[in-house]
Design a protein around this ligand. Structure first.
Ligand SMILES: O=C1O[C@H]([C@@H](O)CO)C(O)=C1O
Length: 552
């Protein structure tokens, strides 16, 4: 195993992700940020310098569990103090398991501003993957708005809330087309055909393949909002990995991918090599106002500039939830994967509701809308600093008798910064309970992401979760993941072991929803945390503590 040294500078730059110029948060002048490639067991030693002139920054390593390094999780107000302009922070952590991961900003809405990139961990030297392939590609999916992220933050925090709406474009590896479509000739919209030379910042990503080979396609979604369906025209995909864990392989025409998810699929280049093919991503779960994203599967020696002659692959209707649920249900752990404990110590039901606080629109969990404290939890809990956050734990259940099928009779909630204190090494069930939003007959998809752990996705259900539903949990081959979706008016049950000392966010990965309070905070074994760097706690009340102790 190696120590990999990286030096990154984060700064705004002009960029045209979709043909219209805006500003993005770039890393070392790149958008998306550089792809990190390491081997399982390696340590990343990453010096991050904040070159944003007037705002802090942090980066979260999505899917990396940060075992023993909770201060490196990159969550502002939770694991560390935001890195101030001009400052350099050292992220040092182990990538302990091969898989497809990514990284992104976790402060305000910096992910929406384009702060993201891929993190690929190969198997350790001398080890073999559990499946074979001749080559691989990596795709990071995202969505893009023409309105800047700061204005979006203001819109969301206004009274009444101004919703950000649907993205203008979907991006594949940071590339999309807004002013034109590569598939205009197949569509009945007024889109004009793109005339691209290939050198544009928004030219499509090209996957160059040789015929009759097997390729691994790594896919991760860093979208701020959009749930997606991804397909490769005329090609089937065999799903082999989800969120850094092997799954029992299964073959499909297309996959659903929610924000925070990652997958590996294998595909065989068994089609005519005199043509190229579409790779497309379309919106699911929200009425689409965003055209599909395209990349080109280019069969060599055919020229990449020859557009596919077949229409883009069909995608399911945006509101065909049965289709999505069928896909979710196909995802099972590969035999030999970690098995869930057969019993639990605590069951927490998290009711997801859209609410008001003094007329401001919020998202709330058990009627509490997460409001992050100015002193990061990890330091304040470790050092027992008082009054850093709400001392009262948030509730383990929503209001009794709540009707998840209807708008709440009383839609008001309150702010909170309390923490779910989990007993170290205990087994925790969390039931994510969806409900009707503020408007009648509206309930949306929310992909929930857990930091510091993987969980077993042990069940999905419709309507309100009842204790007897637990008898149907899949404790035999549930997938081990870090992100799980809740479907409209449904519930999703996950189980995990609280065995990683630290303070961990668990939240909806839709960035505007998190910004509006849709998350909770778990803490376990914080007294066991070692080696908290001063730079991670040098703000707020822990910063004052450092000064008093003369360590500063
Ligand atoms: O948080 C959200 O707000 C809007 C809508 O509910 C109010 O405009 C929407 O679709 C969300 O996901």
């Amino acid at each position: 195993a190696k120590v990999r040294h990286l030096k990154w500078e984060v700064e705004y730059m002009h960029w045209s992700p979709d043909g219209q110029e805006g500003v993005v948060i770039a890393i070392n002048g790149q958008f998306p940020g550089p792809t990190i490639r390491a081997r399982a067991g390696d340590t990343l030693h990453l010096q991050l310098t904040n070159k944003l002139h007037t705002e802090g920054v942090v980066i979260h390593w999505h899917g990396i569990r940060q075992i023993g390094t909770p201060w490196a999780d990159g969550t502002a107000s939770i694991s560390q103090c935001a890195i101030n302009p001009g400052e350099t922070f050292l992220y040092r952590f182990k990538v302990d398991r091969a898989g497809t991961y990514f990284y992104h900003g976790h402060y305000g809405m910096q992910r929406s501003a384009g702060l993201y990139g891929s993190l690929i961990v190969d198997v350790a030297e001398g080890e073999k993957e559990k499946f074979e392939y001749d080559g691989e590609f990596n795709i990071l999916l995202s969505d893009w708005w023409h309105k800047g992220s700061h204005e979006q933050e203001v819109d969301l925090s206004s009274k009444p809330m101004r919703w950000i709406g649907e993205p203008q474009s979907l991006l594949v590896n940071g590339r999309g087309q807004f002013n034109c479509s590569m598939a205009a000739h197949f569509s009945n919209s007024s889109a004009v055909q793109c005339k691209l030379r290939g050198s544009e910042q928004y030219a499509p990503y090209i996957l160059k393949v040789h015929p009759n080979k097997t390729y691994r396609l790594r896919i991760a979604s860093s979208t701020a909002l959009a749930s997606l369906n991804l397909a490769i025209g005329n090609h089937k995909m065999r799903v082999v990995e989800a969120d850094g864990n092997y799954v029992k392989p299964f073959t499909v025409d297309n996959i659903d991918i929610y924000s925070g998810d990652s997958y590996s699929v294998l595909f065989r280049t068994d089609q005519s090599s005199s043509q190229n093919y579409w790779l497309s991503a379309t919106v699911r779960g929200r009425e689409p106002h965003t055209p599909p994203a395209f990349a080109i599967l280019n069969y060599l020696p055919t020229s990449a500039s020859i557009l596919p002659i077949s229409p883009p692959p069909p995608s399911p209707r945006w509101d065909d939830y049965a289709y999505s649920k069928a896909f979710s249900n196909k995802i099972r752990a590969l035999p030999g994967s970690p098995k869930p404990p057969q019993t639990h110590n605590r069951r927490i039901v998290l009711l997801n509701t859209q609410t008001y606080i003094n007329g401001y629109t919020k998202w709330s969990i058990n009627n509490v809308s997460l409001s992050l404290p100015s002193t990061p939890y990890l330091g304040s809990i470790k050092y027992g600093v008082g009054n850093a956050f709400d001392a009262r734990s948030p509730p383990d259940r929503g209001p009794p008798g709540y009707d998840v099928m209807r708008p709440a009779p009383n839609p008001n909630s309150t702010y909170g910064s309390g923490v779910y204190m989990l007993k170290f090494n205990s087994t925790v069930d969390v039931i994510l309970q969806n409900a009707n939003a503020l408007k009648e007959n509206v309930s949306e998809i929310h992909p929930w992401h857990l930091h510091g752990h993987d969980f077993w996705v042990v069940g999905y259900g419709e309507g309100e979760f009842r204790e007897r539903d637990a008898a149907r949990f899949n404790l035999r081959d549930p997938p081990f993941r870090n992100t799980a979706v809740i479907y409209p008016y449904g519930w999703t049950a996950v189980r995990f072991v609280a065995d990683n000392p630290g303070v961990w966010a668990f939240h909806c990965h839709i960035e505007p929803h998190l910004h509006l309070g849709m998350g909770v905070v778990f803490a376990e074994g914080v007294d066991l945390v070692q080696g908290l760097p001063n730079a991670a706690i040098a703000c707020g009340l822990t910063g004052e503590m450092l000064i008093k102790n003369g360590t500063h």
